[in-house]
Design a protein. Structure first.
Length: 159
């Protein structure tokens, strides 16, 4: 059989349409295992609640970064940070999720303290190693650190 150029283009176009139809007809992915995010959820992150800290900032550390103008005016604040936990237990890629009194400098003060927090290495944390493998494969787990700043004393906790 002899094909003209027009017929060849039509055959190629029909083949391409059949291939794209076959791709569209792929089966729906299986649902995620219990406790696991949907396979297509690229934003899923594992969080460690109630972390065990090997080291946290001391009162002197906090006092050294407390915004001077806020201390003079007895201003307080609440900041909430989200940090990734490196394999060695240090914090990285921290960001302030919430700052109840923006513009007073507490967000920068909180971020400057992150290098003083340390957890046990991830391989030693049952809060992480006890998670399903699908969660551990999401990437580094995170921790949320709320800090209540007060000129009379600052408290924090990791959740």
């Amino acid at each position: 059989m002899v094909f003209s150029r027009k017929m060849m283009v039509l055959v190629v176009a029909a083949t391409a349409m059949a291939a794209s139809s076959a791709m569209a007809a792929d089966p729906v992915p299986a649902p995620a295992a219990p406790g696991c995010p949907a396979p297509d959820n690229k934003d899923a992150v594992a969080y460690i609640k109630n972390p065990k800290w090997l080291r946290r900032p001391s009162g002197d550390d906090v006092a050294s970064v407390y915004p001077p103008h806020a201390q003079r005016e007895h201003k307080s604040d609440r900041t909430v940070m989200d940090c990734a936990i490196a394999d060695d237990g240090t914090l990285q890629s921290c960001e302030v999720l919430d700052d109840k009194a923006p513009g007073r400098g507490f967000d920068k003060a909180a971020l400057s303290l992150t290098k003083l927090f340390k957890m046990p290495p991830l391989a030693e944390q049952t809060a992480f190693t006890g998670l399903p493998e699908c969660i551990r494969k999401l990437g580094p787990p995170h921790v949320v650190i709320p800090m209540d700043w007060s000129a009379t004393g600052t408290s924090w906790s990791g959740r």
